[in-house]
Design a binder for this molecule. Structure first.
Ligand SMILES: NC(=O)c1ccc[n+]([C@@H]2O[C@H](COP(=O)([O-])OP(=O)(O)OC[C@H]3O[C@@H](n4cnc5c(N)ncnc54)[C@H](OP(=O)(O)O)[C@@H]3O)[C@@H](O)[C@H]2O)c1
Length: 257
C-alpha cells in the first residue's frame, strides 16, 4: 500500500474532492484526519473510513481560524503522535455572486482569500514545526486551473487566491526542503465533485460548455475526481521523493490552449 502507516490530514474532507482523497488515503493504508465545518458531514466521512478498518480522527474546525487550526493539529498529534501529510484542500469560490472586478465586494474578496490562501498558510505553518522535528513531511496544496489561466466558474478573488497558492508553495518548499519536507501543488480544471459544482456547471449555457469541453486536447470531457485524487496520492507518497516546489496541472491539456 502506497501510504502504509502514514498519518494524513486532509482539510475540507467531509465532501467533494477532499472526501475522495481521504477515502483513497485510507484504502492505501493511511491513518486519516477528516475535517470540515459541518459536524454531521465530518462524522459521516469518518464513519465511512472506519468501515475500511482504518484509524480516523474527525475534527470539526474552520481552517480560516488560527486558534481552530492550532487545536486541529494538536488533536492530530495527541491522537497519532506525528503528521506525515497535510493536504490543504479546503477552498472554493465562496458563493461567488459576480465574476467581474467591479462586482466583487471587499467582503467577498476577504472571504475567498481567507478560505483558499490564508487557510493554506495557517495549516502549513502549524504542521511545519512537527514535520521539522520529524525531519520529514509532505504538504500538497490545492490550487486550480484558475491560477494558470482564468476561472470559468469563479471570480477574481478565487483566481488571485489560487495563484497566490503557487507562490506560497514555491517559497515554503525552498525553506522546508532542507528539513525533508516536500511541498507541492496541484491545479485541477473543472471537476464535478458534488452538487455545488454540478449546479455551477449547469448554469453555463450550451455554447460556454462546448467551448470549454472543445478546448481539452485529451477529449471532450471534464476530469473525473479520481484523476485528481491519484495525483495528490502520488505527491503524498514516497514515490515522489525528488519533487518539491512543483505544480502539477490536471486539466487534460487545457493549459496549452
Ligand atoms: N471542483 C472543481 O471543479 C475544482 C477545480 C479546481 C480546484 N478545486 C479546488 O479543490 C478543492 C475542493 O473542491 P470541491 O469541489 O471538492 O469543494 P466542495 O465540494 O465544496 O467541498 C469543500 C470542502 O471543504 C470544506 N470547507 C469549506 N470551507 C471550510 C472551512 N472554512 N474550514 C474547513 N473546511 C471547509 C467543506 O465542508 P464544510 O462546508 O462543512 O465546511 C467541504 O468538505 C477546493 O480547494 C477547490 O477550490 C476544485
Amino acid at each position: 500500500m502506497l501510504l502504509n502507516s502514514k498519518v494524513a490530514l486532509i482539510t475540507g474532507s467531509s465532501r467533494g474532492i477532499g472526501r475522495a482523497i481521504a477515502m483513497e488515503f485510507a484504502r492505501e493504508g493511511a491513518s486519516v484526519v477528516v475535517n470540515g465545518r459541518d459536524e454531521n458531514t465530518v462524522l459521516d466521512a469518518a464513519r465511512e473510513i472506519e468501515q475500511l478498518s482504518r484509524p480516523v480522527l474527525a475534527v470539526v474546525a474552520d481552517v480560516t481560524d488560527e486558534a481552530q487550526v492550532r487545536h486541529m493539529i494538536d488533536q492530530t498529534i495527541a491522537q497519532f503522535k506525528k503528521i506525515d501529510v497535510l493536504v490543504n484542500n479546503a477552498g472554493g469560490g465562496g458563493g461567488v455572486v459576480s465574476r467581474s472586478l467591479e462586482g466583487t465586494s471587499l467582503e467577498n474578496w476577504n472571504n475567498v482569500i481567507g478560505l483558499n490562501l490564508t487557510s493554506t498558510f495557517l495549516c502549513s505553518r502549524a504542521v511545519a514545526e512537527h514535520m521539522k522535528r520529524q525531519r520529514s513531511g509532505r504538504i500538497v496544496n490545492m490550487a486550480s486551473q484558475a491560477a494558470r489561466g482564468v476561472g470559468e466558474l469563479s471570480g477574481v478573488p478565487y483566481a488571485a487566491a489560487k495563484a497566490g497558492i503557487l507562490g506560497f508553495t514555491r517559497q515554503i518548499a525552498k525553506e522546508l526542503g532542507p528539513f525533508g519536507i516536500l511541498v507541492n501543488a496541484v491545479a485541477p480544471a473543472i471537476t464535478i465533485s458534488g452538487p455545488r459544482i454540478k449546479k455551477k456547471w449547469g448554469q453555463l449555457d450550451d455554447e460556454e460548455k462546448h467551448n470549454i469541453l472543445g478546448s481539452i486536447p485529451l477529449g471532450y470531457r471534464l476530469a473525473d475526481v479520481r484523476e485528481i485524487v491519484n495525483v495528490v496520492k502520488f505527491l503524498s507518497s514516497d514515490d515522489a521523493s525528488y519533487i518539491t516546489g512543483a505544480t502539477i496541472d490536471i486539466n487534460g491539456g487545457r493549459y496549452m490552449c
